[in-house]
Design a binder for this molecule. Structure first.
Ligand code: TUI
Length: 313
């Protein structure tokens, strides 16, 4: 069985976090993951009231710890930060920014704070601010991404801080978990694979696009506006990518993106939706329960790590 210091740190059985995905990760998915022994994380992207309801749904379905992810660029961030503290959520993860201003509030409420970082410098600052761990997320992941890839980022972050490091970006199976442990991480955060979980209520069209993806199915857009985002290649994302190289104004380009995540996840709109997904999409071939996903990943990693000594003479 795979057990790491991350399991004791947050009170879970398996060192696997389910990434908080905007308009996708709700209380039902998070509860299924936590009930299976991982850490289920609700995305706070749909606002403070919605979040409170989802926390209550998750709490009713599992007695395990749950997490909430705050996208720091979201206008709702100050309100959701308060809900997280009021509800005493066990784990808070943050993305797309520096959460220092909220950390005293969360730490005071007894939450464990685990920011997503895309650099060793931010990881060090988060350690000084009271983070109990960091998630080092490489640009292979879906959604908003930094510059570094997972393979170089994880060991550099692990060298820079004394707190535990969780690897994210480009990880979907036991090989990814085993490799992450070898890079100095104590666990992984996985997003895209949980889109194919039975308990994930994203629009069926989204699941279908992930299931038919190949290794070259994703594209990065948004660099011109400073917010690089990885998504599946669709008519929408190709149109956006082309527009970035025209003389369209920044505000018109920005307008192209408004509401596009919701249109994909909730409406299944292929012509206007932005289907965020990681480079491992091509590895996801079937729908499974969250418990099957977690057990498969951990059993596979265990076998790999046990057999790894064949390379040591
Ligand atoms: O946050 C994510 N991924 C996301 S958030 C999201 S929602 C969205 N909504 C509208 C437009 C675009 C996206 C979809 N996907 N991942 C965590 C993450 N954080 N990846 C990279 C970073 C990051 C990057 C730079 C964190 C901190 C950072 O530096 C901040 C600083 O101030 O130094």
């Amino acid at each position: 069985m795979i057990r790491t210091p991350l399991c004791d740190l947050v009170g879970i059985e398996y060192p696997v976090f389910q990434g908080g995905m905007a308009h996708i990760s709700d209380g039902t998915l998070a509860a299924a993951v936590s009930e299976a022994g991982g850490l289920g994380i609700i995305s706070a992207n749909s606002g403070a009231d919605w979040l409170r309801g989802q926390i209550h749904i998750a709490r009713a379905k599992t007695s395990g710890p749950i997490g909430v992810n705050v996208m720091l660029m979201s206008p709702a961030a100050p309100d959701v930060a308060r809900v997280i503290a009021e509800e005493k959520v066990e784990v808070v993860t943050t993305g797309a920014g520096n959460p220092a201003e909220y950390m005293p509030l969360w730490l005071e409420a007894g939450c464990r704070v685990i920011p997503v970082v895309a650099s060793a410098a931010l990881a060090k600052m988060m350690e000084r601010c009271g983070a109990c761990a960091v998630i080092a997320e490489g640009g292979e992941s879906g959604g908003h991404i930094g510059e570094a890839a997972t393979m170089p980022l994880v060991p550099q972050v692990a060298d820079a801080v004394s707190i535990p490091v969780i690897a994210a970006g480009g990880i979907a199976d036991g090989r990814g978990l085993a490799a992450s442990l070898m890079l100095g991480a104590v666990g992984v955060q996985i997003g895209t694979r949980f889109i194919a979980a039975n308990e994930c209520s994203v629009h069926p069209h989204y699941k279908a696009l992930v299931l038919k993806a190949t290794d070259t199915s994703t594209i990065v857009t948004g660099r011109r506006l400073g917010h690089a985002v990885r998504s599946l290649k669709t008519p929408y994302s190709r149109r956006y990518a082309k527009a970035e190289y025209t003389d369209i104004s920044d505000s018109d380009l920005e307008a192209l993106g408004v509401g596009s995540l919701r249109k994909a996840a909730v409406d299944g709109n292929e012509s206007e939706g932005c289907y965020l997904a990681g480079q491992i999409s091509g590895m996801i071939k079937k729908e499974q329960s969250a418990a099957e996903i977690i057990h498969e990943i951990c059993t596979e990693a265990e076998q790999i790590l046990k057999n790894a000594s064949v390379y040591v003479k």
